[in-house]
Ligand binder design. Structure first.
Ligand code: ATP
Ligand code: MG
Length: 220
């Protein structure tokens, strides 16, 4: 990556295969490269070297428009800092990708999705009028509403307390269990990591280890 601070090497020697329908957790200390790796996987940042393949497409070879179309068709992303559109209400934020996908029932679906994350009473609120945890739930509803086959989520329960965190986990794993979605989740939450098939540990921009979780062992 290049910025005012000059080029910085953030990730190195990463080889990671995620199977269709698999749930992978990414853990590691602050600054270890979790968000950077997630952004690369989503084609939201470009690597200086290497390739990123998803559903048979080489994301590193696609231009910006093709990448945007790819994400619209296949991928939901929950950013660590949410990236909600500040001039849109919660309902509009969630409805927008559905409208872009040509869904006529975009607003009905968006409302259902906000109900599912416990925000039925916040439909007409703007991001600045919502708490961090509420914004996070809007961001998740927005990413999940088009039923993406791949969901990348950066600390999706990071700002949530017990019951809300549980509701979000149910929504995430519902995408997997009911729709076969592949999930890549950056998390610090042990209860979320425990529900993944594999947990990848990053340190200093490298894969430092991989943990099999009780779920993977139970599946054997
Ligand atoms: N655009 C950028 N330009 C320069 N350095 C960056 C940029 N983005 C991230 N970094 C650096 O890359 C490293 C990894 O950052 P990243 O955000 O991926 O970490 P993280 O594991 O997600 O941390 P956290 O748990 O705090 O969210 C950090 O040292 C960070 O300072
Ligand atoms: Mg991060």
């Amino acid at each position: 990556m290049n910025g005012n601070a000059g080029p910085v090497t953030i990730l190195r020697d990463i080889t990671l295969d995620v199977a269709k329908g698999e749930t992978v957790g990414l853990i590691g200390p602050s600054g270890s490269g979790k968000s950077s790796l997630l952004m690369l996987m989503g084609g939201l940042e470009r690597a200086t070297e290497g390739t990123v393949m998803a559903t048979g497409h080489d994301l590193t070879a696609l231009g910006e428009d093709a990448l945007a179309r790819f994400r619209r068709a296949h991928m939901g992303v929950v950013f660590q800092s949410f990236h909600l559109i500040p001039t849109m209400t919660a309902l509009e934020n969630v409805a927008t990708p559905l409208e872009l996908a040509g869904r006529r029932d975009a607003f009905e679906r968006a409302e259902e999705e906000l109900h599912a994350v416990g925000l039925a009473h916040r439909l007409d609120h703007y991001p600045a009028q919502m708490s961090g945890g509420e914004q996070q739930r809007v961001a998740l509803a927005r990413a999940a509403a088009p039923r993406p086959s791949i969901l990348l989520a950066d600390e999706p329960t990071g700002n949530l307390d017990g019951p809300n965190g549980q509701a979000i986990m149910d929504l995430l794993f519902g995408l997997r269990d009911r729709h076969g979605a592949t999930l890549v989740l950056v998390t610090h939450a042990p209860e979320l990591a425990a529900r993944c098939d594999r947990v990848i540990r990053l340190a200093d921009g490298r894969i430092a280890g991989e943990d099999r979780t009780p779920r993977a062992e139970a599946a054997e």
